[in-house]
Design a protein around this ligand. Sequence first.
Ligand code: HEC
Length: 483
Amino acid sequence: MNPRDFRCRSVSKAFAAVDRPSGRSKRGEAVTLVVLLVLALAAVSTGPVPATEDSAEPNFASDVGPLFHAKCGSCHRPNGIAPMSLLEYKSTRPWARSIKREVASRGMPPFGARGGDHAFRNDISLSDEEIHVIVSWVDAGAPEGDSTLLPEPPDYEALARAGLPEPDLVLAHDETWEVPPGADQQRAFVIHNEFDHDLWIEGIDWDQRSNVVHHMFLFVDPSGLARKFEQEDPLPGFLGSVDGGAGTDKMMRIFLGGGDGIGGWAPGAQPLFYGEGIGQRIAAGTDFLLQYHYYNQSEETQVHRPRIALYLKDEPPKRKLEIEGPTLAPAKLFLPAGDPYVQSVADWIAPGDLEVLAVMPHMHNLGKDMIVTAHYPDGKVETLLDVPNFDPYWQTVYEYERRVFLPKGTRVHMVAHHDNSADNPLQLHDPPRDVRFGERADDEMVNASVFYALVDETTEWSGSLGDVITTPEQLEESRKRKP
Ligand code: HEC
């Protein structure tokens, strides 16, 4: 094992269902709405009869509000994880200029991948048409329109669990954690695994209906170190971080002891099902470690109980989820002080015929962009991931809509850049310093993890990574498929 890989290895193994919208149907509605809008706008601009101002300009009540309900509300709602609610005109209006800037630059919603040859099932980005509607609305003075036309926002909490089967196992910590107003905290909690047999996980529900969890990762700890750290800490849990800074050392030691990430969650994310035939093994006696980044935007102290819910298989699955990462990492990383453009490259050769479920890029503050391409044995080249404006604040796992098949010998190639100049707004040093590989927030990293399952003769193609279940019909379907 290469020591440089430890921290990332484990962070990136966190198979996060990060940044997913609150359901397929909702997304569907948003798309329909926008298509209609765009058609309307197109008709206005190309039609022979000039339209009235009113019909040409989008307004909040009938155009932008419903779009925000669908695309922003999982985070931007009263007491949500984001700083302001975008569900109503009044709370949205003061942010109009900032909204235009954020959506036009594609900073919001937080989803960094663009283009590429394979769609992502957790893609919450706006289409060009949606961006056009929002920008035109702001440019027109952000009018409200007829407020009676604004639909009720969805019940986001209910939506997050709608139609889901009951989990087989709910694991809750026996203590709660208080998050005071304005807090930005890292905390890790151990859940003792008392089972005397292995568990095979086929899906994870994060059970985070909280508005103070910015994101969380689920790790397993076979070493018992996490228990020890928790015992030593007088407060519930212990200070354990995977984002750099204080607490990173403890997590590192856990990873060195064989700790692994197996999942992660951010607001709006749906539970993750690996898909038919694929499972994740948890060895008997291996503890669960829940690592949280808390962020309290509300005026009150919020009390949170760390908890996850698992869907289990009775039998070992046919195929094991391989998350041996980071799959792509350069041998060395050195960023000279002031250098605005440092390139890193890495390659990985598919060890067998396999299906890729997801890719996760990882860098710290100075990371600017990353592109991952697949070079097939027949010479064809495809883009697996293109993140042109990397945002270190949102460490997203990009999950493919359909698993990507890579024949044995396919070369997966990563190219990434860092900016260590004074002009980088996320630069932590004034003046810039030489930066090397490391775990601290002001050290740097660069890698991409590929989450895959090897194909063998027993493999049945199920099309997608897993199932987002949002209707009772889908639930029935998924139950029928259970072995
Ligand atoms: C997955 C959660 C999430 C979604 C979805 C989301 N946001 Fe955000 N947004 C945040 C958080 C958290 C912040 C606070 C800053 C940060 O974390 O980047 C934020 C910040 C912002 C800001 C900047 C506020 C400032 O300080 O200037 C704007 C504007 C914004 N969001 C607009 C939107 C819009 C418009 C949408 C939907 C089209 C959206 N966001 C979707 C989580 C989200």
